[in-house]
Design a protein around this ligand. Sequence first.
Ligand code: DX5
Ligand code: ZN
Length: 229
Amino acid sequence: MPDPTPHRNPTWPPSGVIIAPSLLAADFARLGDAVADVAADGADWLHLDIMDGHFVPNLSFGPQVLKALRGGSALPFDVHLMISPADSYIPGFAEAGADHVIVHAEAGPHLHRSLQLVRSLGKRAGVALNPGTPAEAIASVLDMADLVLVMTVNPGFGGQAFLHSQLEKVRQVRAMIGGRPIALEVDGGITPETAPLAIEAGAGVLVAGTAVFGAQDPAAAIAAMRGAA
Ligand code: DX5
Ligand code: ZN
């Protein structure tokens, strides 16, 4: 299929370490400025956590917020849907400006259909795995995925401790991906201390909320997680 956003994502999967700050940890009273700041600080993507109060025990924001931020940012929008069922919301997030739409393997009985829907809308399709879900759960949909997200905390909240038990799953998914053009992302508890562990296990995209937006020096934190500091 044609590249949906050639101006933002020239190659896939991206090379090097990608840092995707999670907006969940930003100051919600000044979201537009927070997005501009984090781009200037070296973020590669913006990670947007969508929570429905049902699949996860928390609520966040919807496509209207994406749309409002989209005009002011050239960063790829990496949209993590913690929604069950997700399918009826996918077109709204695609229209609002998502570049990647990630659905959870646990969110419904028709994961393959959800990924097909995302791709049919010209967006990159991602599949996420909760800590309690084995890597094998995505074996049958790998050819439908552009991105796999391994949760390294239980989804629902920022600021939780990294689950080291998930590193083995990152290794397994990296081996399953083989030569496919799939980005491997980790999400939750990523800090300058845990980032090297995730990278060593095979992750190429690091989501970080608290470690970026809660840092005294977000640019230094991003550089440290990238391994450039
Ligand atoms: C959790 C979200 C994460 C979260 C990460 O459900 O998917 O993206 O914002 O936050 P930190 O980096 O603080 O663990
Ligand atoms: Zn997330």
